[in-house]
Ligand binder design. Structure first.
Ligand code: SAM
Ligand code: DTB
Ligand code: SF4
Length: 336
């Protein structure tokens, strides 16, 4: 029996629909739009799913700094590059809790603990579990980024009350091998699957400005937008160039290309928070405003990222006031 050709027509799409079947050419065609058309679409889709003019605010803390065995060519914490960074052991739980309380008092609703590990050791994970519990007790949302996780480790963190786990794919599958050789793209996807399986919210994005092509940026976002469930949080980092790392001196990205990537993340993952992540210290207020227009609705707040600088809290508060942006209230109930 013959089937009517219309049976094979893709069904009508509407902008803002959550989809998991994005093709690379489709994502590339978004990048190719005139910037103002892209910005307009992105802001319209943003308003379908989010309260306008609200931005989620997270604070980062490096709980274990430097001497990382991995070779990520962007990273000041790799043991392989001489960046002059002093190595620090895993922090004490009480000190982390003190820093989290200060972040909460300054206005953050989520506290993200980062460790320069390939993956956590059992004895270290036990300590991180205590950190997560104590940060959670302060009424903050909790996030950690500790490298690769097994399903059992992810389950342990979930039991401790971890709300989010950050693990980035960093770039396209094709460009990935130019950036990191000590762990594969597939390793990253396995960790993301373990985190998802454990019931922890996924925070996953990448870095722009590492010498990748626009096609790599499209391919990276296509991977994220075709995951069975979109990451709840999508950090878009601009490379922070650190002397001593192989990527120091990489050609600067056109700021409008950064804005385009934010807008494409917003359009392809309409319900995800898109974080204007590392690199804000090097951006003008006007560029950051364009990123918010493009649908970014999350930032790192506090004078330090992990090892590099971030705008002062007073400067960010002033920027929010000038733009009429308010911090997003914590979604505690959703993560209980
Ligand atoms: N070691 C763990 C890992 O790599 O999974 C967690 C910490 S690591 C610093 C977290 C992420 O920070 C990296 O995946 C990368 O996307 C981002 N990052 C690191 N150095 C950066 C830099 N110089 N500029 C922008 N983003 C950076
Ligand atoms: C993410 O995507 N960006 C953050 C967080 N996740 C862990 C890290 C940015 C690090 C920038 C370089 C540094 O401060 O060491
Ligand atoms: Fe280590 Fe993470 Fe830096 Fe890579 S990005 S060198 S895994 S701390």
């Amino acid at each position: 029996m013959s089937v009517a050709p219309e049976a094979f027509q893709p069904r009508a799409r509407h902008p803002g629909e959550v989809r998991h079947d994005w093709s690379i050419p489709e994502v590339q065609s978004l990048f190719a739009l005139p910037l103002m058309d892209l910005l307009l679409q992105a802001q319209q889709v943003h308003r379908q799913h989010f309260v306008p003019n609200q931005v989620q605010v997270s604070t980062l803390l490096s709980i274990k700094t430097g001497a990382c065995p991995e070779d990520c060519t962007y990273c000041p914490q790799s043991v392989r590059y001489d960046t002059g960074l002093a190595r620090e052991e895993l922090m004490q739980v009480e000190d982390v809790a003190r820093r989290a309380a200060a972040a909460r008092d300054a206005g953050a609703t989520r506290f993200c603990m980062g460790a320069a590990w390939r993956s956590p050791k059992t004895k270290d994970l036990r300590i991180v579990v205590e950190m997560v519990k104590s940060v959670k007790e302060l009424g903050l949302e909790t996030c950690a980024t500790l490298g690769m996780l097994t399903p059992a480790q992810a389950a342990e963190l979930k039991d401790a009350g971890l709300d989010y786990y950050n693990h980035n794919i960093d770039t396209s599958p094709e460009f990935y091998g130019e950036v990191i050789t000590t762990r594969t793209f597939a390793d990253r996807l396995n960790t993301l699957a373990a985190v998802r399986e454990a019931g922890i919210h996924v925070c996953c994005g990448g870095i722009l400005g590492m010498g990748e092509q626009e096609g790599d940026r499209a391919a990276m976002l296509q991977v994220l937008a075709t995951l069975p469930q979109h990451p709840e949080s999508v950090p878009i980092n601009q490379l922070v160039q650190v002397a001593g790392t192989p990527l120091h001196g990489a050609a600067a990205l056109d700021p409008f290309d950064f804005v385009r990537a934010i807008a494409v993340a917003r359009l392809t993952m309409p319900k995800s928070h898109v974080r204007l992540s590392a690199g804000r210290e090097q951006m003008s207020d006007e560029l950051q405003a364009l990123c918010f227009m493009a649908g970014a609705n999350s930032i790192f707040y506090g004078e330090k990222l992990l090892t590099t600088g971030n705008p002062d809290t007073a400067q960010d508060q002033a920027l929010f006031a000038r733009l009429g942006i308010e911090p997003e209230p914590a979604a505690v109930a959703a993560h209980a």
